[in-house]
Design a binder for this molecule. Sequence first.
Ligand code: MRU
Length: 339
Amino acid sequence: MKWDGTSLELIDQRKLPHVEEYVKCQTSGCVADAIKKMIVRGAPAIGASAAFGYVLGAIENRKDLNVETMEKVKDKLANTRPTAVNLFWALERMHKRFLSAISENSDDNAIINVLNEEAERIANEDIQVNKQMGNLGQELLPEDATVITHCNAGALATVDYGTAVGVIHAALDHGKTIHAYVDETRPYLQGARLTAWELMKLGVDTTLICDNMAGWVMKTRKVDAIIVGADRIAANGDTANKIGTYSLASLAKKHGVKVYVAAPLSTIDTKIKSGSEIPIEERSHEEVTHVQGVKIAPDGVKVYNPAFDVTDAEMIDAIITEKGILRYPYTESIKKLFE
Ligand code: MRU
């Protein structure tokens, strides 16, 4: 994403890997739309985009900058996708900054500057945090590692560098050899379209598989670890991530393969005790009945399309955060992170 203080340019992730096109947003409504339509996706990326969207909301309301108008901007941006908590985390942070700025300052330009700085801070911190997680997390991988990853937790899903892909990136930088199997990630194909593209750009030995091949790969080939990102982690470590992560973790448990989740503190929702409280987004039926616009299912078939699932904390061998690597059970160590 590129931010210049009055507009946010987002690479259109719907068109990758074949077309590299940018969408330029100059209004908060445009950013909300980009999140909803998945022009930008991935938990930290939608959080940072929403923060910039909030600044655009302040700019468009500069003649009427008050708590009520900014609450409306916040709600518009929040009311886009329900599962990734980074979205709400970033908006709360922006709104808190706004409330303190408006109580101290009556100059609209000064308030907008403060908000701009805060959004840039959120974006810059995300890159730093991803690099920290990468450096810590790569220690979990052997010198010659084979991993399976699911969905896209790379540079595209963050401001830069990635979470799970960041760990792979850091492992490469430490001279390790990585072979990555990439789940295609039906129905939206983030793995096939985005992760395979990113990993190949990084020079990783990349093999694309359909989601239903992962168990067989674990049974018949050497796989050291599953490494994924997260959209929301509950206080006990239960982790919501792209649909299929739970199946992958279940298969990993059966085959003695380690399961690692890489996620920043902004993905941890300490307000909820367990995964059963995480709202799971359901998306359009067309994502299942069609593949890239081509219909593959009979007319009138019933469809269920949850976009995320929850992997139980005890199935996760380690949660990699910027403040350290946590091991099951997670309740106490997660609590300590926020002290
Ligand atoms: O529906 P998406 O593509 O936004 O889902 C993204 C994921 O599930 C990612 O794995 C998660 O956000 C972690 S990204 C660092």
